[in-house]
Design a protein around this ligand. Structure first.
Ligand code: NAD
Ligand code: TYD
Length: 359
């Protein structure tokens, strides 16, 4: 076994942040397998592209022959599985890709990992890890007074995205239980930070606010999410990979519950401050639109287990993280322009043309 980690989906938002962080701090080489869907962007990784410890392979996690040849050739000591279709609204408009990548793809990856792992010598089998990156959305929706999700909260996924991630979590669990594959699962709350595709709430609002476009808030804007800065999530993934107990699940969160409207208002104020005001405050761009079907009301994470067992806690506050994030989008206009061309415009048109302003 070599000192290499195989990262799936490494050209995406979290995957690319994770690889950059990893290569700054660790010695182990990184093999990045990514299909380069609309969400994958190799520009994120330009600074490591020529590093001898880094290799990129364009390929699909559902393609077992690609997986087999990568395992044979690179003999990784770990897999960090972050490839997925990740946007709830896209899963509502077209769930098929979510079933294919998140369920079939995870199954293919588990099968090929198991075949490789079973051939390792006894010591390498013990040292090997398969870390599955998942989400808090598998737990469903909370009422205002409910306690936050813990690792023992029953699964109750509500969107096709959440259901596909729940299915993948169950498969990972079964491979540990049945075959003893040394797995770890992390369930994390909403991330934000550099390289996030501007279809998700925070980068979409920054992008629209900068460009003086309407800020489409679903429903009454009172839905609550827990927000975590992506750098903190990447640290948590590395911590669980290195020190997590095999077979365990760790909830990762920011202790940072916020209503969507509050997030959007904060972004308006920071953009006003950093980019200069338009004729009036950007808050006037806020437009309440038709709600997302089946919109989960509240997510909240109890992240005490990872703190107790592994000593991880988020470092960034929401205030410091959101300011860094807005600043990054302001300073990386070229990146933003690169990802908001043809197919992005088509998505925005499809998604928001049927949205009816509510007031
Ligand atoms: P993303 O959509 O930004 O990136 C996904 C990456 O996976 C892209 O580079 C894409 O090209 C790649 N990919 C998609 N299908 C593939 C396939 N079949 N084979 C190989 N590569 C493929 O997603 P993200 O926000 O970075 O999320 C990464 C992981 O973290 C996902 O598993 C997601 O469920 C999980 N997660 C995300 C958040 C969040 O707030 N973004 C929160 C918790 C968990
Ligand atoms: P999103 O970033 O899509 O993450 P998730 O659905 O996985 O939590 O959305 C975060 C919240 O913001 C969610 O409650 C839906 C809401 N939202 C809007 O109000 N308007 C938008 O245009 C988008 C994309 C999201």
């Amino acid at each position: 076994m070599d000192n290499t980690i195989l990262v799936t989906g490494g050209a995406g938002f979290i995957g690319s942040n994770f690889i950059l962080r990893w290569m700054e701090r660790e010695v182990a080489a990184v093999l990045n397998l990514d299909k380069l869907t609309y969400a994958g962007n190799l520009h994120n990784l330009a600074s490591v592209a020529h590093d001898r410890r880094y290799e990129f392979v364009e390929g699909d996690i559902a393609d077992r022959s690609v997986l087999r040849s990568l395992f044979d050739r690179r003999k990784p000591r770990s897999v960090v599985h972050s490839a997925a279709e990740s946007h709830v609204d896209r899963s509502i408009r077209g769930p098929e890709d979510f079933i294919r990548t998140n369920i079939d793809g995870t199954f293919a990856l588990l099968e090929e990992t198991r075949a490789y792992w079973e051939k390792l010598n006894a010591k390498d089998r013990v040292d090997f890890r398969f870390l599955h990156v998942s989400t808090d959305e598998v737990y469903g929706s909370l009422g205002p007074a409910d306690p936050p999700f813990s690792e023992t909260t029953p699964y109750a996924p509500n969107s096709p995205y959440a259901a596909s991630k729940a299915a993948s979590d169950h498969l990972v669990r079964a491979y540990k239980h049945t075959y003893d594959l040394p797995t770890l699962t992390t369930n994390c709350s909403n991330n934000y930070g550099r390289f996030q595709f501007p279809e998700k709430l925070i980068p979409l609002m920054i992008f629209n606010a900068l460009n003086g476009k309407p800020l489409p808030v679903y429903g009454d804007g009172q839905n609550v999410r827990d927000w975590l800065y992506v750098g903190d999530h990447c640290d948590a993934i590395a911590t669980v990979l290195q020190r997590g107990r095999v077979g365990q699940t760790y909830n990762i969160g920011g202790w940072n519950e916020k209503r969507n409207l509050e997030i959007v208002e904060t972004i308006c104020d920071i953009v006003d401050e950093m980019a200069g005001k338009l004729a009036s405050s950007r808050r006037s761009l806020i437009t309440f639109v038709t709600d997302r079907p089946g919109h989960d009301r509240r997510y909240a994470m109890d992240a005490r287990k990872i703190e107790r067992e592994l000593g991880w806690r988020p470092k960034e506050t929401f205030d410091s993280g959101i300011r860094k994030t807005v600043k990054w989008y302001l300073e990386n206009d070229e990146w933003v322009r690169g990802v908001t061309s043809g197919s992005y415009r088509k998505w925005i048109e499809t998604q928001y043309s049927s949205s009816v302003p509510r007031k």
